[in-house]
Design a protein around this ligand. Structure first.
Ligand code: HSE
Length: 351
């Protein structure tokens, strides 16, 4: 049976969850998917670097305590030598899950570039490289005959990008509108129940939905990155964050939220991309008070949803998780499955 060797760059919640899935379900997945998965490299800011081309014992690594590092282990080093590991690992797929930097996308953009240049496919859940350098990185992947996959950059493991790209082909999508940030949706819902914005944000942080800096959730810059990705991926645009007007939810008061609920409406932080007849794309992030019959009005808690307006089918709405460690790790797995399918189709074409 074939297998894929993975290098995990960043060993925080998401890549740890992927390692747990492989540890706990590797045999079942191999039987289901027709290929095995093996982790041959891990880098982490705190643990350092580990390269073992025969496969790392995931049980051992996952049980390391807070004081341990990879130093002293065969192939181990106390330093997180990300670019060295990416370029020299025997992995065929690099799994990039470092933090999202919404300003310049680094160091993730450099990680992705190093992997693609050295002939490895990449899967990432990191919005930075996709929103800020997606076109260039896709070109680099094509030049090197490998794949750059990023299903988890929008709505975590809920397969919104692949759904639209693969199963809505032939339709004209004229509008994409979504609840794309779980934290802000959770916070607005909690405010309807009388809690303060600050208390609700603290709980979203404790639940693991919020970004490292929750300002990105509350002030809309997380959604702004996702809107850029949706516009460029699904509506053929070539926009940047500067092209997306942005208003967050910090100006929404408890009085606003409660008054809307009394009138049967719900405040939501909405990302929208529109394409007109001439192909011009406009994009925004803003709080909107939605009437009860709007397809996104009933989406509660940290759940995300996206509504496509299409010419032949009308409105299509998909909802599902937009955050969470296992949910986001599933996005990585779905990308690896897509990479495998692509490689299999190339091999078939060459036969
Ligand atoms: N902080 C984000 C959210 C996580 O709350 O939806 C996923 O991008």
């Amino acid at each position: 049976m074939t297998h894929h060797d993975l290098a995990l760059i960043g060993f925080g919640g998401v890549n740890r969850a992927l390692a747990e899935i492989i540890r706990d379900r590797g045999d079942d997945l191999a039987a289901d998917l027709g290929f095995g998965l093996r982790v041959v490299a891990i880098t982490d800011l705190r643990l350092g670097s580990l390269m073992q081309s025969d496969g790392i014992d995931l049980g051992a690594v996952l049980s390391m305590t807070g004081l341990d590092t990879f130093a002293g282990m065969p192939g181990g080093d106390a330093e997180p030598r990300n670019e060295y590991v990416i370029r020299h690992t025997t992995a065929d797929v690099v799994v990039e899950a470092t933090f999202t930097n919404p300003v310049d996308g680094e160091p993730a953009i450099s990680h992705v570039r190093a992997a693609l240049e050295s002939g490895k496919s990449v899967t990432t859940t990191n919005k930075g490289p996709v929103a800020l350098a997606g076109t260039a990185l896709n070109r680099l992947a094509a030049e090197n005959g490998v794949r750059f996959e990023y299903e988890g950059s929008v709505m975590s493991g809920t397969p919104v990008l692949r759904l639209a790209q693969q199963t809505l082909r032939g339709l004209r999508i004229t509008r994409v509108q979504g609840i794309l940030n779980g934290t802000s949706n959770f916070v607005l819902g909690q405010m309807e129940s009388g809690r303060s914005l600050e208390d609700a944000v603290a709980e979203a942080q404790a639940l693991g939905y919020a970004e490292a800096d929750p300002t990105a959730d509350i002030e809309g810059s997380d959604v702004q990155l996702k809107v850029v990705i949706l516009a460029n991926e699904l509506l053929g645009a070539d926009i940047t964050t500067a092209d997306v007007s942005r208003v967050g939810i910090s100006g929404i008061t408890a009085t606003d939220v409660i008054a809307a609920a009394a009138a049967g409406e719900h405040w939501k932080l909405i990302g929208t991309v529109d394409r007109d007849e001439a192909g011009a794309v406009t994009a925004s992030v803003q709080p909107l008070s939605l009437a009860a019959d709007h397809p996104l009005a009933g989406i509660s808690g940290a759940t995300n949803a996206i509504a496509f307006t299409t010419d032949l089918l009308g409105a299509i709405t998909m909802s599902g998780p937009g955050a969470g460690r296992l949910e986001t790790a599933y996005a990585l797995l779905s990308d690896i499955i897509a990479i495998d399918a692509h490689q299999a189709s190339l091999a078939g074409a060459l036969r």
